[in-house]
Design a protein around this ligand. Sequence first.
Ligand code: GCU
Length: 413
Amino acid sequence: MRKNSPILVLVLFMTLCLCADARQKKEYDSDVIYDESKLPAYTLPNPLETAEGRIIDTPEEWHNLRRPQILSLFANLVYGTIPVPSSPLRTSVKVEEEDTEFMDGKATRRKVWIRLRNEQGRADMRIVVWTPKASTDPVPAIMHLSFDDNQSDRLDRSDSHPDRLNNGVPIGEFLDRGYAYISVYHADLVSHNEVEFNRGIHPLFFDEGQSFPKAHEWGVLSACGWTAMRALDHIETDDRIDSDRVFLMGHSKLGKATLWAVAQDQRFAGAISAQSGCGGAALWRRRSGETLEKISRFPHWLCVNSRKFINQEDDLPLDQHMLLALIAPRPVYVASAVDDTWADPRGEYLSAYYASPVYRLLGKEGLTSEETPPVSEPVYETDVGYHIRPGGHSVDLYDWERFLDFADFHLKR
Ligand code: GCU
């Protein structure tokens, strides 16, 4: 008995820790609203009305007047602006490795280092690019802003599903359907939950004496999205890929970064966000599931200015339907899952629905029903696409196949 007591003490200690953790989580979550009948009443800002009350009814006014206003609001109040570095950034690229026999010769896999440098310092990012060998013409591509470190074996072919990567991405289907697949690691240039900003990409953009982003300057999500833009710079030089037909896709945190990146960078042909939730497709004003207050436990995902609106979401001169509208006329796809209530599936759908008038103004097809489509009945033959499937917070084979259907419809016509 005496001999066992250190083990017993350890077990007791761990049980107490787990209980404390569960209690903390419960307290943290106790005020989260999941019940539709308990949501606050709200009025969404009209994406087609300027700050001065002018109604926008031509594509020219949208592009020249309203779109720049909305872009600036999101930059200054939500995600943070990207400053101009005081010394110019230079980029160098090195192909680290090329495997021309990937998947028994179906594809070429290229690992590429991209180095960004200026007088303030340097930062490196790495992308992995698979291109199908069957095509002689430049192919469309899906760029995946991914949680998977592309230096790990997560991007090797899987043993159990040889047509997939170890992270579940159905690479075989990408290649068979004629797509290149580009994997970009979200944390190459900024850490997942950066709070100090003394390494990575931010220091290259600091002015003399500056050591922290200003209240309106970019946080983590914006820097993740910027990483994808730099990957696209490189893809533009790769003649195996048609860089005018690249969709950016991201899940969860990276679904948020994806929407913001594609909103800003019009070289992307469209965006696919999977369960992007709060700070992504979901509407702030619903305060359902994760809210601005809750997401602030990652204090710098958004810019510091965003904190002014915690529990004052109605004061925001924007909501997330306007982020989707910034992507118009390019296609945008929003994916939800029934049990992923933290990401507010209903709010994700409504956002796509309320972005649709902007698509229509630009001669594109949006969503026409305020009702969320039935589970597993994807809507993808429109410029604003959507699906909700059973299950929780993940990217499943079902999701990837719908994303490719959406891409087939828009990128191959
Ligand atoms: C947390 C966070 C979400 C985020 C998610 C993820 O749950 O609260 O906002 O989307 O992590 O990135 O998986």
